[in-house]
Design a protein around this ligand. Structure first.
Ligand SMILES: *Cc1c(COP(=O)(O)O)cnc(C)c1O
Length: 430
């Protein structure tokens, strides 16, 4: 597509990355459910393997349906390249892989998706990597956590469950001082509510499983590079700036400049870790993205209405939504997330643990599931499910106390959501 830079979000979410199929004229992006691609001749094959020409070899690395998705998300985020992966968690490992060697560490926010806390506090240790968890409202604490083995800083834009919105420009300032890339998980905001690169972040990751695909059908993740981090400024990133032994000595940064990180992700990351997205999932995700802005507007509008209603209800102790004036993050949200503070928040039910359990059993429109970002409204009592293994103190610190329920507000009629919560609160507290 020509000059996507001048186009608006609503146009890009439909057109970016997709042209009528060159073989058939098919208007919608076809599902290239294919493993391998025929080389024109032996020299063409050699050029592809040398990364001298971009093309299709084998779908663990590249696939036309997945390429359309990558290009579309690049356009929506305002980046230069992207690597789609099998899930959001795969995308997080893929985002770190070009940067990290055994013994290296990352500095991460304490306010993260529960599964990410486990991935960073436990599983990455098997690679010889580690993470320091820091309160990202304390910028000096981020500085203090950095050492010569630190390779990246990681945070979420809007962090679930507890109505926390991250101050990306402030953290990006620290990252620049430390000459480290800032990676932002932008899953819960989506590029419609937050464009991390405009706020100074260098890399974005997404679980496309959530709002991007939008209807609870397709696991997926994506790593997007802004192309703005200077990998060559220090000697911290040998995989990118020195001859890569895993790719016959190619120096990715010298050969590919701002595309070094993305090409490393494909040529080494996908090739050797194999966390590739399925073409069918890329297709479903492309369909979802076509309506992303429409859905996000409605998600946010409904979240605002439902949060306000809950806050005024006697059976509710408090609501943590950054879109409410009572939130400690209200000013930050208004400034950095002017289109809305997302559609995820928690509220505390009078009656504690027992009332919460009754509430999740009594809802009819809300579904009790461990997911978020569906068109459907979702509810979960974290203390009895996702955060069950934590003690009371840890649950409270994670914003998942025994009396707290998390909502992911969908795009139904707001009044029906309120009526459902009303009857369920009556059942739970009477
Ligand atoms: C769901 C989620 C993930 C993990 O994504 P999967 O697609 O489930 O692997 C990571 N970060 C956030 C913020 C999420 O909501």
């Amino acid at each position: 597509m020509t000059d996507t830079k001048s186009m608006g979000f609503d146009t890009l979410q439909i057109h970016a990355g997709a042209t009528p199929d060159p073989a058939t004229g098919a208007r919608q992006t076809p599902i290239y459910q294919t493993t391998a691609y025929v080389f024109k001749d032996a020299e063409h094959a050699a050029r592809l393997f040398n990364l001298e020409e971009v093309g299709y070899i084998y779908s663990r690395l590249t696939n036309p349906t997945i390429a359309a998705l990558q290009d579309r998300v690049v356009a929506l985020e305002g980046g230069v390249g992207a690597v789609a992966c099998s899930s959001g968690h795969a995308a997080q490992i893929m985002a770190l892989f070009p940067l990290m060697h055994p013994g290296d560490n990352i500095i991460v926010s304490t306010r993260l998706y529960g599964g990410t806390v486990t991935q960073f506090s436990q599983s990455i240790k098997r690679f010889g990597w580690s993470a320091s968890f820091v309160d990202f409202d304390d910028l000096d604490a981020i500085r203090a956590a950095a050492n010569s083995k630190t390779k990246a800083i990681f945070m979420e834009s809007i962090a679930n469950p507890g109505g926390y919105v991250g101050d990306i420009p402030a953290v990006a300032g620290v990252a620049n001082d430390l000459q480290l890339p800032l990676i932002v998980d932008n899953t819960t905001a989506t590029p419609y509510l937050c464009r991390p690169f405009e706020q100074g972040a260098h890399i974005a990751v997404h679980s496309t499983t959530k709002y991007m695909s939008g209807n609870g059908t397709s696991m997926g993740g994506i790593v997007v590079d802004s192309g703005t981090f200077d990998w060559g400024a220090t000697d911290k990133y040998p995989s990118l700036t020195q001859p890569e032994p895993a790719y016959h000595g190619l120096n990715f940064f010298k050969a590919l400049g701002p595309m070094a990180y993305t090409f490393h992700g494909i040529a080494i990351g996908l090739r050797d870790l194999g966390m590739s997205m399925a073409p069918m999932n890329a297709f479903q995700t492309l369909l979802g993205i076509e309506t992303l802005s429409l859905r996000m507007r409605k998600h946010v509008e409904n979240a605002q209405i439902v949060a306000k209603w809950l806050e005024a209800d006697d059976r509710v102790d408090f609501v943590t939504y950054a879109g409410l004036p009572s939130s400690p993050y209200a000013d930050r949200a208004a400034k950095l997330y002017p289109k809305g503070a997302g559609a995820l928040f928690t509220f505390a039910v009078k009656g504690g643990y027992d009332a919460c359990v009754k509430l999740v059993d009594a809802v009819e429109i809300f579904s009790h599931v461990a997911n978020l970002g569906d068109t459907r409204s979702l509810i979960i009592h974290s203390a009895s499910t996702t955060h069950r293994q934590l003690n009371a103190e840890q649950q409270a610190a994670a914003g998942a106390g025994a009396n707290v329920v998390r909502l992911s507000i969908g795009i139904e009629d707001a009044q029906d959501l309120i009526d459902d919560l009303d009857q369920a609160l009556t059942a739970a507290t009477s």
